[in-house]
Design a protein. Structure first.
Length: 403
């Protein structure tokens, strides 16, 4: 029996008997929980695997020696049929529930991309409200896109190893208007081809009378000259490195490739000028797309009450995890025009949308679910040869305003 047959048998065993290993561990000092997992992309085919979570027995979600890992086998037998991700976390101190200082290590070889590194994390919770906190992370990683077959747009990826010192700061709290959040990412790569890349997002949500609401987001990004393309931005969505955060967008073929190439699918993030998705995608295919090193944007959504959401809010079984939003939106952005050298590129759009969000929060209240949006950006400030006012269609993945 060669290693391919062996990995198939392991994957099928985990799929059929996900609780076996956990049951065998009941009398030990360590809890290890397994559950089966299936997914699909065009390169791997159907991926069969198992997801594992482990920690010291009886210590809860913030226990010692925490493991979050997964293992898969691709049924189409690509060049690398076996993939995995692994993360180990060890609390160094904890002052109270939800407040932790921890060290960690991570490694993954998954869908044509590998990343390995170390990190330190610190969380400060504001009182007993786990939805109000500061959280900071600093770490170092090596990463490499080793197989471009997984991506629809190879030109958005570099093909070399990068060593990156990274920091992330996240803040959430409720003020008089509503929920307020800050997200900051900063990355620095030393060496001959050193680069600096950063992003900042500030969001304020406010409740208005009669069931209305307003959501405002400010976004900015800056990158130096040697920054690889996966960290640069199109106007319509986030950078390409962000596609790795979701299994829906990580590889080609999970979502219909034709829909993505035609610009009908929008991925939330970055400057988020959703109405320009088709223009950016057309530019990528014609090799005329502009990747921006500097950009600033404002995104605004005006929530409009709808009777179905009212019914969901009244139902105790759905109000905490199911949301149906209807809204008007407007996006404005200014960015450097790398294709022209000097000067800036200014764009805006407006439209109407509906969003279905399913969110089962984790033990710290962080979002854990998905959002689907149908949006119609009916006005563009610079539509090219099309009229500014036109009914356009988008299917959105992810939310620019997480609930």
């Amino acid at each position: 029996m060669d290693y391919r047959h062996a990995t198939y048998l392991i994957a099928i065993f985990y799929l059929l008997f996900p609780g076996t290993l956990a049951a065998q561990q009941d009398d030990s000092s360590y809890d290890l929980f397994l559950r089966p997992d299936l997914w699909y992309n065009r390169v791997d085919g159907v991926r069969i695997g198992s997801i594992a979570e482990g920690r010291v027995a009886g210590s809860g979600h913030e226990g010692r020696h925490r493991i979050d890992a997964a293992f898969w086998v691709g049924t189409r037998w690509p060049d690398l049929p076996v993939s995995y991700r692994f993360r180990y976390t060890e609390p160094l101190s904890r002052s109270a529930e939800g407040n932790e200082f921890a060290a960690g290590a991570f490694s993954r070889i998954l869908e044509g991309f590998q990343s390995h590194g170390l990190l330190l994390s610190r969380r400060w919770q504001m009182g007993e409200d786990y939805l109000s906190y500061w959280e900071g992370v600093i770490g170092f990683r090596f990463q490499y896109r080793f197989d471009l077959n997984y991506t629809l747009f190879p030109e958005l990826w570099s093909d070399e190893w990068h060593k990156i010192l990274f920091t992330r700061l996240e803040h959430r709290h409720f003020n008089r208007a509503g929920r307020f959040s800050i997200d900051k990412d900063l990355r620095f790569s030393p060496g001959e081809t050193s680069f600096l890349n950063g992003e900042l997002s500030i969001t304020q949500q406010a409740v208005l009378p009669a069931g209305f609401g307003i959501l405002i987001r400010l976004f900015g990004t800056y990158s130096t000259g040697n920054t690889p393309p996966e960290y640069l931005h199109l106007l319509s969505n986030g950078n390409e490195i962000g596609t790795l955060e979701s299994r829906l967008t990580r590889s080609r073929g999970t979502l219909p490739s034709r829909w993505v190439e035609d610009g009908w699918i929008h991925r939330a993030g970055g400057s988020n000028l959703r109405g320009y998705t088709s223009f950016d995608l057309e530019g990528l295919q014609m090799d005329t797309a502009v990747l921006h090193r500097k950009a600033a944007a404002v995104n605004i959504e005006l929530e409009i009450p709808n009777p179905l959401q009212h019914q969901l809010n009244q139902n105790p079984y759905t109000r905490d995890f199911l949301t149906l939003r209807t809204y008007l939106f407007g996006d404005m952005a200014a960015a450097d025009d790398n294709s022209a050298g000097e000067g800036s590129l200014n764009r805006a759009n407006a439209g109407v949308g509906i969003q279905l969000a399913v969110n089962i929060a984790d033990y710290l209240g962080k979002p854990r679910g998905f959002s689907l949006r149908y949006e119609a950006p009916f006005w563009l400030s610079d539509p090219g040869e099309d009229p500014s006012w036109k009914w356009r269609h988008l299917l959105g993945i992810g939310a620019i305003f997480p609930l």
